[in-house]
Ligand binder design. Structure first.
Ligand SMILES: Cc1cc2nc3c(=O)[nH]c(=O)nc-3n(C[C@H](O)[C@H](O)[C@H](O)COP(=O)(O)OP(=O)(O)OC[C@H]3O[C@@H](n4cnc5c(N)ncnc54)[C@H](O)[C@@H]3O)c2cc1C
Ligand code: SF4
Ligand code: SF4
Length: 434
């Protein structure tokens, strides 16, 4: 790949000399549909399509030359995942990475707190960045206006627009589909996104100086995985609705976690609880890349924000609250300024033990990923080149038997093709499909 840093600690081996094609990235289950390759190859080179499985995936429109493929392999979060630079954070935990400060808190504004996914912290920070003149716009996502079950990238230039994007969008979201054009604007901005989106942009920063010049802040949420659109379609089926009837599809928010609310164009409304939405793990339909995610906890963000259900889970409506993991000095300065300005409120300090309890599934995943990637490699599948994420050290927190079970499970699933995906093709015409 020609871009290997010499001082990094390698969690997995570099990919082979020849770059993977986009088809190989997708079919080996490494793509999360961020859209950055489309932005690099340009609209005439790569297009994002919604596949029959309900995933946004790149499709090559004209053959990509080797330098373009090499660049894509260097930035794609399916092929290259680098952890944070070691720059002396106040605390570095094997599982949780760098931490400058860890608190439980929320937006101070009652509307933001209510509308936001958990406690509205990310929305409040996005609004503060704009209101304080630190950035010109925020790049994030929101429900599509024409097809509200789908998610589109959104540029917000004012606080009201940031609020419109509040809430978690569990389906596919190609946040970076036109990232190159965003850099071309030459204006300071902030990114609020999934950890893998931020991984992709940090990868790009190594070869495109405009990223560090213009992207002033990168804020992430702690992420359990992005589901297929077919997961959302199952909810519609429950109510006998079709996608073209929809006026609103909100996954959560308007409370913590709030209800999954659907409104039809003819004025009907349907609701299910967060627990009903996620009750059957077999039907979560989490994308393959998420199952091997080395950094779903936003180690490369300036601030990463999680849920914080102090009652043991989202069984009932909880108080609006987030875990706020401040990761960098830049993030700390922003956090302190937002608290000082009365935009964020702190409930209390937290710590590694508490966040590990609140996010036990993230701890399990961090400890499992090294063995899973090793198992995939033994099955002869390409695995992402991962550095500086302490995957081996996390695995050492498991017993040998646990690692063997994870590794063998992944090896066998990979051999059976269960970790891969079909080739990306667009869905055949469904009313309103892009
Ligand atoms: C797919 C997914 C999985 C998650 N898994 C976990 C988990 O395992 N543990 C946990 O603690 N929290 C998880 N969350 C995060 C949690 O739901 C909250 O989003 C988080 O706590 C921040 O809350 P908030 O109130 O500050 O967010 P808000 O103030 O509502 O802001 C959320 C911001 O995230 C952006 N956003 C929403 N969805 C996406 C998306 N799919 N891609 C890119 N940007 C998006 C929005 O545009 C908005 O700016 C997940 C969220 C998503 C979308
Ligand atoms: S993860 Fe992003 S950059 Fe990589 S192939 Fe998928 S859409 Fe392209
Ligand atoms: S689990 Fe990882 S790969 Fe999947 S959406 Fe979240 S950050 Fe991205």
């Amino acid at each position: 790949m020609g871009l290997l840093e010499t001082r990094c600690s390698q969690d997995t081996a570099p990919l082979a000399v020849d770059p993977l094609t986009l088809g190989e990235i997708v079919e080996n289950g490494l793509c999360i549909g961020c859209g950055l390759c489309r932005s690099i190859a340009g609209p005439g080179g790569v297009e994002m399509v919604m596949t029959p499985e309900g995933r946004e995936r790149p499709v090559v429109l004209r053959a990509l030359d080797k330098p373009t493929l090499e660049k894509i392999n260097a930035v794609c979060p399916g092929t290259r995942i680098a952890g944070p630079p070691a720059d002396g954070a106040a605390l570095t935990d094997t599982v949780w990475g760098p931490v400058e400060r860890l608190v439980l808190g929320s937006a101070a504004d009652t509307t933001v707190r209510f509308v936001g996914s958990g406690g509205g912290t990310l929305t409040a920070l996005g609004q503060f960045l704009l209101n304080s003149g630190r950035v010109k716009f925020v790049l994030h996502v929101a429900a599509s206006r024409s097809m509200p079950m789908r998610t589109e990238r959104k540029l917000s230039f004012d606080a009201a627009s940031v609020l419109e994007g509040a809430g978690s969008r569990y389906g596919p979201a190609a946040t970076l589909v036109d990232f190159n054009a965003i850099l071309d604007r030459g204006e300071p901005f902030a990114l609020i996104a999934k950890p893998c989106d931020i991984t992709a942009v940090r990868n790009l920063a190594r070869i495109d100086p405009r990223v560090d010049e213009h992207m002033r802040y990168a804020l992430a949420f702690v992420c359990g995985g992005a589901s297929d659109l077919t997961k959302s379609e199952q909810v519609l089926q429950r109510f006998g609705l079709s996608e073209d009837e929809l006026a609103l599809f909100r996954y959560r928010g308007h409370g913590n976690p709030g209800l999954n609310r659907i409104e039809s164009r003819d004025g009907r409304a349907f609701e299910i609880s967060y627990r009903q939405l996620w009750e059957d793990e077999d039907k979560w339909m989490i994308q393959p890349r998420c199952k091997i995610c080395p950094d779903a906890i936003g180690q490369v963000a300036d601030i990463a924000v999680s849920d914080a259900w102090l009652n043991g889970g989202p069984a009932v409506e909880d108080e609006p609250l987030n875990g706020i993991i401040v990761r960098t000095k830049r993030g700390l300065e922003l956090f302190d300024a937002a608290v000082e300005a009365g935009v964020l409120r702190i409930k209390r300090e937290s710590g590694i033990a508490e966040i590990s309890e609140l996010q036990s599934h993230q701890v399990r995943k961090r400890r499992a990923v090294w063995a899973r990637l090793t198992g995939m490699g033994i099955a002869g599948k390409p695995v992402p080149f991962v550095t500086d994420l302490a995957l081996r050290d996390c695995a050492l927190q498991n017993s040998l038997a646990e690692n063997l079970a994870e590794g063998r499970g992944a090896r066998d699933r990979a051999r059976r093709g269960r970790l891969g995906e079909p080739p990306a093709v667009p869905r055949v015409t469904i009313l309103g499909d892009r």
